[in-house]
Design a binder for this molecule. Structure first.
Ligand code: GLY
Length: 365
């Protein structure tokens, strides 16, 4: 791919660029200087894990801004940490013209975005994703939020960033497990919206961050996500729409919740969730057993888990599913594949069938 590409996200109230490429430091600096010249105060929220990567990618250019380090992991998407971020914004004297730079994975993006959405009833923020999950999914489309004991992302807000900077060089600094975990959202996009993307990943899996197709594949995924967000920004479509991005997530979120946040990386839980969603799609008569086999082997090919590492109890998983915010009047909303590359939402599924699906990925009665 050429050095830097742009995908534009268009929503009812905003339009912003996702810049994708290697070495975006200079361009980001220009934007930050422009913001400062207009009197904006800037602060950074930096994932502890991404912190070490910053000198190599952005050198010391961000160090002049007040900075708060966010411990890595889903546990940071808590009410307590959210409170600390708000206190930090206040102590840095941010006013309504302030801008938050969220640098890290989905945790920092969701937490920082939610703080930006609510501090002084909303200030601007820029997403600088450093993981694959955040580059192709969570940094795009304005979903921000935190977890509470009852479930993941149950508190949040739609708040679009003013820009997203995806510097591919960050990926070289990711631990292998984190890199692999991110591939789940990429194969998910193929399974729900684009058979060609699925086939590409199934035939020649991405092995590491040095894969020179990565920039193009990330851009491709950003285009898929941006199109879905444009069509249904607030996930209000009666069927299909933005909810399709949750393929594998009703199962995956339940795994994260029951195993304890942090036990599985998000993408690892989604890998298993995608297998469960494939079985459900087959059992409901939408796809063939051979398609389930293809999906499982593509997910395995990316070295993602397809089965629970330790058995979890079906009752607990089912309970967690019913607490998902997609549940309406007790009916669980699932995303299924009508074929690989084409997803649909269904309003309910037989509870006994869902229990059987859980057994296929290693859950126990
Ligand atoms: N990650 C799902 C969405 O952005 O809607």
């Amino acid at each position: 791919m050429s050095l830097i590409n742009t995908v534009t996200v268009e929503t009812a109230g905003s339009s912003y660029p996702i810049r994708i490429g290697n070495g975006l430091r200079r361009e980001l600096l220009v934007q930050l200087e422009e913001l400062e010249a207009k009197g904006s105060k800037l602060v950074t929220l930096i994932d502890e894990g991404a912190q070490t990567a910053i000198p190599s990618v952005f050198e010391d250019s961000l160090s002049r801004f007040p900075s708060l380090i966010i411990p890595s992991g889903e546990k940071s998407k808590s009410l307590e940490r959210y409170g600390r971020v708000l206190d930090f914004l206040a102590s840095a004297n941010l006013d309504r013209g302030g801008v938050v730079l969220a640098i890290g994975g989905g945790v920092v993006g969701d937490l920082g975005g939610f703080a930006a959405a609510t501090y002084m009833r909303g200030i601007r923020f820029i997403q600088i994703p450093t993981t694959i999950v955040s580059m192709v999914d969570s940094s795009i489309g304005g979903k921000t939020g935190i977890n509470i004991a009852a479930g993941k992302n149950l508190v949040g807000s739609f708040h679009q960033p003013i820009a997203v900077y995806i510097d591919i060089d960050f990926l070289h600094t990711l631990p292998e497990r984190e890199f692999i975990s991110g591939l789940a959202e990429i194969i998910k996009h193929g399974m729900l919206a684009d058979r060609k993307l699925f086939d590409l990943l199934a035939e020649t899996p991405i092995e590491n961050s040095r894969d020179d197709r990565l920039g193009d594949i990330i851009k491709w995924n950003c285009e898929i996500k941006a199109a879905v967000v444009k069509a249904d920004e607030k996930e209000l479509a009666g069927s299909g729409g933005r909810a399709l991005l949750n393929l594998g997530h009703t199962f995956g979120h339940a795994i994260e919740n029951v195993a304890g946040y942090g036990e599985y990386l998000h993408g690892e839980a989604i890998g298993i969730g995608l297998v469960a969603a494939s079985h459900l799609s087959q059992r409901l008569g939408f796809i063939e057993s051979a398609d389930v086999g293809l999906a499982i082997s593509a997910i395995e090919g990316l070295r993602l888990p397809t089965h629970l590492r330790n058995p979890l109890r079906i009752d607990d998983l089912y309970q967690a599913m019913t607490r998902d915010k997609k549940v309406k009047a007790g009916v669980i909303r699932f995303v299924v594949m009508k074929s690989i590359g084409q997803a649909a939402t269904i309003e309910s599924a037989d509870a006994e069938l869902v229990r059987e699906i859980w057994r296929t990925v290693g859950a126990i009665d």
